[in-house]
Design a protein around this ligand. Sequence first.
Ligand code: SAM
Length: 226
Amino acid sequence: MRIDIISCQPELLTSPFSHSILKRAQQKNLVEVHVHDLRQFAINKHGQIDDYAFGGGAGMVMMIEPIDKCISGLKAERDYDAIIYMTPDGKTLNQNMVNQFSLLRNIIILCGHYKGVDERVRQHFITHEISIGDYVLSGGELGAAVLADAIIRIIPGVLNDESSALTDSFQDGLLAPPVYTRPAEYKGMQVPEILLSGDNPKIEQWRFEQAVARTKQRRPDLLGEQ
Ligand SMILES: C[S@@+](CC[C@H](N)C(=O)[O-])C[C@H]1O[C@@H](n2cnc3c(N)ncnc32)[C@H](O)[C@@H]1O
């Protein structure tokens, strides 16, 4: 898979892709991540990529021309399955959407700033609008990193033990059950006896029951309850 991220603050995206699982995924050639500096496509030598909003009001608006040039250049090289704009008024990201995106070959993620992008960008170039929650960030980079991380970790071969991602929260519509590690007893706090029993079918049953109980308590909406 190839992910192209368009940003006017590309430095914000250096760290998330330089460590741990996302770094290893790139080293294993399971994903290519390319970050493009929108200022390289500025309309003048001052690096201008934004301007005042027509109609007035506070806040600058990201111009259509630099974004068009950047996206058109990428599209001239290859086909893209999705061109995503990170925006608080987009569809709220969930695991189902992440699973669908992880099946695609090439995607572009556009990060906004200021008041956001000229609406014509959204109307003419964008295929998906994604929010990472009902709050407003300063820019789309953190959201793009969240989206890319969620996608990349479930690409087959990225996690050392692929089954791990399948037992995480939301994959089967439930929250994940509690987990414990050594020591079995710490300052009088015990690990549930069943997990030390070696009886795998019973452990699986216990985990399922815990997942259901946790989901009922914390996220009844996932079970179709209120
Ligand atoms: C200050 S915000 C613009 C908010 C916009 N004026 C509004 O009220 O919907 C700047 C940029 O941050 C990104 N952003 C902010 N909150 C986000 C969220 N919850 N999910 C995804 N991206 C977000 C978007 O790319 C947005 O264009």
